[in-house]
Design a protein around this ligand. Sequence first.
Ligand code: ARG
Length: 451
Amino acid sequence: PETAIRRDRFSGGPARGFLSSLAADAAIFEADLAVDRAHVVMLAEQGIIEEDVAGEILAALADVEAAGHDALPDGEDVHEAIETAVIERVGPDGGRMHTARSRNDEVAACIRYRLREDVLAAIEATIALRESLSAVAAEHVETLMPGYTHLQPAQPTTVGHYLASYEGAIARDTGRLFDAYDRINRSPLGAAAFAGTPFEIDRDRTAELLGFDGTVRNSMDASSARDFLAETANAFATLATTLSGLAEDLILFANKGYLDLSDDYASTSSIMPQKKNPDTLELTRGVAGDAIGEATGTLSLLKGLPRAYNRDLQRAHAGVFEIADDVTEATGIAAGALATATWNVEALATAAGEGFSTATGVADLLAMAGLPFRTAHEIVAAAAPTIEDGMEPAAAAAIIDEAAREVLDEPLASYVDPADVEAALDPAASVAERDSAGGPAPVAVEAALSD
Ligand code: ARG
């Protein structure tokens, strides 16, 4: 029976290797065994195959599992190879396993079964990263740092506020993975090639045995649909894009001396003995490129495919499994690098005030004193070029006063107490003032973190 099966279905010839997905199918070996078991149990329960035949097939599957993927006989794919291995053990009755199904619904079930594990692992990693971001943020609600726009010093903020911003982004990325999970976790089994089957199967039973939340009902949809792969790849690409931004920031902060990575997450140079490089974060940043490529590649492969099954689909999932692993690993690396890094509080505090970063706070103060915001902006903008890093607050306030006299024809003191202007030039005061919901003030960040 063994050679008859192989000769009939997989002729070989020069295209043999090109046709075969057996090696890549190692990723769905366990899934296929689970799918086979559920199908065989359902067939027996429905009286479609004899119970003792089902028992023999299940015993053979256990044996095939113990031998492992590498021990499978040759075949076009893992589904065929496992069936051949079952028939080798059971005899021709082993071929009853493939009653009322096709490799088309079988492979779709295997991909979903495997991918949902990957997505759950990713969700665990994103939750751990969120915990790490929140924990470090909570320690640093008072730690000043420069905030940037256009990578130029913009306004002072805190490390806590900065990290909480990424916690929010990763929370949405986690939500996208949950959404993808919902649509992955439906059983296509029972669709057969695409046109269903005349056997009295119970699709809901195989779905239940495999832990799916119901079925993809339309049989043509069930065997052809791979939009869940595109959705999942995009969810991973979006998460990886968030991680790449976080990694880029941390690389820059390390470069400026604001942050020390722990040695566990740094690397050195084979030639320059003094170097401590942020390689783990660079690789994290790099993973986004692969993930985006995979998301694009998946859509490109699916675009324009006619209904129902086409062999192109064999190339659609392996890359998604790969980026799922890579992005999940990068998520863990980001969490570890963050949890073990040291923030250089003093360097950050100095930098937080550089580049006249409190200018907006001074303009806000003048606007609160009754000047139109645009006029306040004009006064502070006129003063800005002359205000230098490290200048005494009184000196800076005098420059602002001079600018006000030019713009308003009267001293600033007619609007606001000069002491208040000096206070507004202090980065910590500027941050503390910004207590609007979700803002950087320590009270606001504490409130956000305990939400
Ligand atoms: N290995 C194939 C896949 O991954 C399943 C085989 C279905 N083959 C077929 N000729 N219909 O899509």
